[in-house]
Design a protein around this ligand. Structure first.
Ligand code: TMP
Ligand code: ASP
Length: 233
């Protein structure tokens, strides 16, 4: 299979069908735009499984995604997409970059979900952008913006409910969008503890990639707890 693209956490391979590609989940953990990196054996498999479950849940709830099916422990078959270089972040609780950027107290609960856009560009450290930037710099089609916002908020509702059943708080997450071969705009990339913040409801323990970012504990242990909480979803 020909490699189309290799990112920090995944490799994209082409298939015989020009409209479909394979996502291969690597064991690499990366943080702070690749400044901190490590190989964590088993991470790829956990992320592929978690992302597959979440895409299936979302599809069942009417959210359009690029997901077709899980192919193997580390591989997922997806529709080929023209990805928009935009990251859509939804926050329920303040932590991470917003705490530093705006001086908000860590742990502050927002009275409704807060949605932000970032431009996907490691060299520029993914700067925050507004809707006008997205439109006028041509980062995504103008008519896709309301859809991205509406979809991200719907995903938040669905995932909050799913995780809350397993005793986990969905603090924040990042989504990417793209255009599929049928012309529709859909959620692409992955939805994993690399791209979400998940806190244990009772203890506040962080179960996501912040464990790796800030050396809080074994990454796999957190990701396994996330996966266990999803069994039956
Ligand atoms: P932030 O607080 O660092 O802006 O992160 C917000 C959310 O986005 C958090 O759940 C982690 C996720 N995220 C990514 O998926 N990729 C990234 O490159 C960054 C910086 C954050
Ligand atoms: N995903 C980014 C990186 O790999 C940043 C992060 O998640 O902290 O460097």
């Amino acid at each position: 299979m020909r490699k189309l693209y290799e990112g920090k956490a995944k490799i994209v391979y082409e298939t015989e069908d020009p409209n479909k590609v394979i996502l291969f989940f690597k064991d690499t953990a990366s943080a702070f735009d690749g400044v901190k990196k490590a190989e964590i054996k088993g991470k790829g498999e956990l992320n592929n499984t978690i992302s597959s479950i979440l895409f299936e849940v979302l599809e069942k709830r009417g959210v359009k995604t690029h997901y077709i099916r899980k192919l193997s422990e580390r591989e997922m078959l997806v529709w080929r997409a023209e990805r928009f270089p935009v990251e859509v972040v939804v926050r329920n609780v303040a932590t991470g970059s917003i705490v530093k950027r705006l001086g908000i107290k860590e742990g502050t609960k927002f009275k409704r979900p807060l949605l932000e856009f970032f431009m996907k560009d490691d060299k520029l450290h993914d700067p925050m952008v507004c809707e006008e930037h997205i439109t006028l710099l041509g980062l995504a089609p103008e008519d896709a913006i309301p859809l991205m916002k509406e979809t991200a908020l719907k995903v938040n509702e669905v995932l909050r409910e799913v995780f809350s059943k397993g005793g986990i708080i969905l603090v924040d997450f990042k989504l990417e969008f793209g255009r599929l071969p049928d012309g529709s705009v859909a959620v692409v990339d992955e939805i994993t503890p690399d791209t979400m913040r998940l806190w244990d409801e009772k203890t506040g323990e962080k179960l996501d990639k912040d464990r790796f970012r800030f050396d809080l504990g074994d990454l796999l242990e957190g990701y396994k707890r996330v996966l266990d909480s999803l069994r039956g979803s």
